[in-house]
Design a protein around this ligand. Sequence first.
Ligand SMILES: *Cc1c(COP(=O)(O)O)cnc(C)c1O
Length: 426
Amino acid sequence: MNKLGIVDPEIAMWLEKELVREISTIELIASENFVYQSILEAQGSILTNKYAEGYPGKRYHGGCEFIDHIESVGIERAKKLFEAEHANIQPHSGVNANLAAFMALLKPGDTILGMNLQHGGHLSHGSRVSIVGQFYNAVDYGVSRETELIDYDQVARLARQHNPRLIIAGASAYSRQIDFARFREIADSVGCYFMVDMAHIAGLVAAGLHPNPVPYADIVTSTTTKTMRGARGGIILCKKQFAAKVDKAIFPGIQGGPILPNVMAKAVTFRIAMTEQFRAYQRQIIRNAQRMAQNLEQEGLRIVSGGTDNHLMLVDLRPAGISGQQAEDILYKVGITVNKNMIPYDPTPPAVTSGIRIGVAAVTSRGFTEEDIDSVSQIIAGLIRNANRGVEMEAYKGKVLELCRKHPLYLESFEMDGLFSGLENK
Ligand SMILES: *Cc1c(COP(=O)(O)O)cnc(C)c1O
């Protein structure tokens, strides 16, 4: 028996339940993924014992000679993978990476221009409820009502009108490629900085399946979770000229000692991302996403912007006459996890919404291919179409478990069977 189970059976029990939940449900939350065993080992390692304020070769604690190697290797890999001049791999999270990027480039009160939250942007790009919206004067752009694509003319207009210090590109719920060259042009036309937050799409960028923002942006931030399928945490990539400012902004600016197990897990993440196997995985993500979008459209639902170029899509549920909240609830009842999400110009309030966001990175990690996606889309469409009529849930639950059993996660399939028989008897 493992130590955790002996020392703290209460918490160990909840952990076991969460494991069973993860392996026996279909995970379609676009920001989630299942990491490799090597990442779990790195994050659970003895590096959690160590303090290492500062950077390799310039620490405020002793005993860092091995840590320095680990962090330096991680930095070099990040630079190589994304063709960046400088990398900082210490941010505790994606939001921290953004805060540090802002601190490196801006003074409190400066104007920033980022994507509207309700059109797919991220809280940390200027929302009033975030510290970002309170420290900086945030203005936002959105997508065009007709095409549901980023309205670059509006970005240019707002840039001329508000004269921002920084323009931010990047999103959490945008299914199309972002034109970084166009953003750079707009930033140059008003003489401001340009930053890209590629948190969602970093895995696709690493695999060469989405244009790389690094050549265009002054600073690029990311998480190493989501499509990167790696460590929990963030990174900052930048031009040499911003390197010192970025490093100072992370430490001592907004963080203390780095979370070393995560720094190490990021190094491992980058190594994996350089393999052909990882690139094949990213290609399968795109094939699965496109298949899902086509299927759902054929079933009479509307995909925002008409499709997807990446790992996610927004589904407009108004043709089916149900809300995002209702869809999220009914899908979870059979073991499919999605999140309700505003669609652009959503007439329904944020707590309810007219849409759901679907991402396929996590199920693709389990080995789902187009054939499995066909089954998943049939389940989703069947449930959504019949949501207002009362649906026979048991058959759908069985189909979800069947797909999960077909693609075991973390455990061998015979071990999963034991857990599953418990589930099915309930
Ligand atoms: C997820 C996300 C983040 C935040 O990352 P955390 O690790 O949750 O702090 C930042 N930016 C974008 C665009 C994201 O999608």
